[in-house]
Ligand binder design. Structure first.
Ligand SMILES: NC(=O)C1=CN([C@@H]2O[C@H](COP(=O)(O)OP(=O)(O)OC[C@H]3O[C@@H](n4cnc5c(N)ncnc54)[C@H](O)[C@@H]3O)[C@@H](O)[C@H]2O)C=CC1
Ligand SMILES: O=C(CO)COP(=O)(O)O
Length: 321
């Protein structure tokens, strides 16, 4: 919608034939966006060759688990100078690679042609043209500025940033904290607990991010605090909703099948825990979420573990924030 508003000729690839037909004929995508009307010029197709051939910009927005497969499908049709942007918030399972790494490998292009777009941007609001701000980060400032030019509209403000690692790590890990926020809200733990979770969650995100090479400033920006706030407080958030359903007593499998949309925070909890061990940083909220999701620990026990941790100084482990 944003690109079509900027007069781009937009082709939208989907693997679902019925979804493509609906977008092309009724200009809606009702399973995901209710009755929002999409610009009539958007052409949906299930044919990757048709979608990618001739495209100067590509935006990948598949779930992290599907990114490698989708990129592999697109690669043969990629134009030699195309800029490839992604809006995916997660790490690859097993390898724990960031999405720009996965794309560089599968598309066989240098990092200078890759951009990450992130920040507080629920699709349900973007499609209604409600005011939204995001950040685009790339190893190449020219590529980031191309993405900025392409996406900036009166309703959608785009900032550039050089810190690809920080933007990708922040976007992925806030989903873990949002699962925790849903649990906290669902259990009625109150506003103090939620504020604590966001604040200490941010400390945890920045600690891992800086250990991986990110700039601490990024975590105070749109991809950090901005996305953390929206995902932990918005009714649109899939991760928050998943956490609140877990609080109601549903099992993880029940939550995921009821949701019918990707809940990135679940896989990201495992990935972040492994990365934390690898980089030797403490991520107590992530550890407790892992225990709740995969080791049958109750949310109440998890909160008791967090509240009962050894005494510590607030800022000495916060990596610059
Ligand atoms: N929904 C939102 O407002 C935002 C989502 N994101 C990120 O975008 C990514 C996608 O999220 P959503 O669109 O919300 O998920 P979703 O679950 O609503 O939609 C995912 C789409 O990917 C398709 N898909 C799943 N596996 C696939 C595969 N193997 N090959 C091809 N297509 C496949 C599904 O059929 C579906 O159309 C996630 O990383 C999410 O964190 C980022 C910003 C905002
Ligand atoms: O990243 C998002 C908004 O910026 C989407 O978060 P959810 O996947 O929790 O809906």
């Amino acid at each position: 919608t944003v690109l079509a508003d900027n007069q781009y000729d937009v082709a939208l690839w989907t693997r679902g034939e019925a979804q493509a037909d609906e977008i092309n004929t009724r200009h809606t995508n009702s399973r995901f966006l209710n009755d929002a009307v999409l610009p009539a010029g958007i052409r949906a197709t299930t044919d990757m060759k048709q979608a990618v051939t001739g495209a100067e910009l590509l935006l990948f927005a598949a779930p992290s688990a599907a990114m490698r497969d989708v990129a592999r499908l697109a690669q043969p049709f990629l134009e030699p100078d195309a800029i490839c942007i992604h809006a995916t918030k997660g790490f690859e399972s097993v390898t724990y690679k960031r999405m720009t790494t996965v794309l560089a490998e599968e598309l066989q292009i240098p990092l200078q042609r890759l951009v990450v777009l992130s920040g507080p941007s629920h699709a349900e609001e973007v499609v209604r043209r409600l005011p939204t701000t995001v950040v685009v980060a790339s190893a190449s400032i020219e590529a980031a500025e191309k993405a900025q030019d392409a996406f900036i509209t009166r309703h959608f403000r785009v900032y550039t940033n050089k810190d690809v690692i920080g933007v990708e790590v922040a976007g992925a890990i806030k989903n873990i904290i949002a699962l925790g926020a849903g649990l906290t809200d669902g259990l009625g733990f109150g506003d103090n607990a939620k504020a604590a979770l966001l604040t200490r969650g941010l400390a945890e995100i920045s600690r891992l991010g800086t250990a991986m090479g990110a700039s601490p400033l990024t975590f105070a920006g749109l991809a950090g605090v901005g996305d953390l706030v929206v995902t932990c407080t918005s009714k649109h958030s899939r991760n928050w909703r998943a956490g609140s359903m877990l609080a109601e007593g549903l099992t993880l499998d029940e939550v995921l099948s009821k949701m019918g949309m990707v809940v990135e925070g679940v896989r990201t909890t495992s990935a972040a825990r492994e990365l934390a061990h690898h980089y030797g940083v403490e991520m107590p909220i992530t550890e407790q979420l892992f225990a709740v999701l995969f080791q049958n620990k109750t949310p109440r026990e998890a909160v008791e573990s967090l509240m009962g941790r050894g005494r510590t100084h607030e800022t000495e482990d916060m990596a610059g924030i």
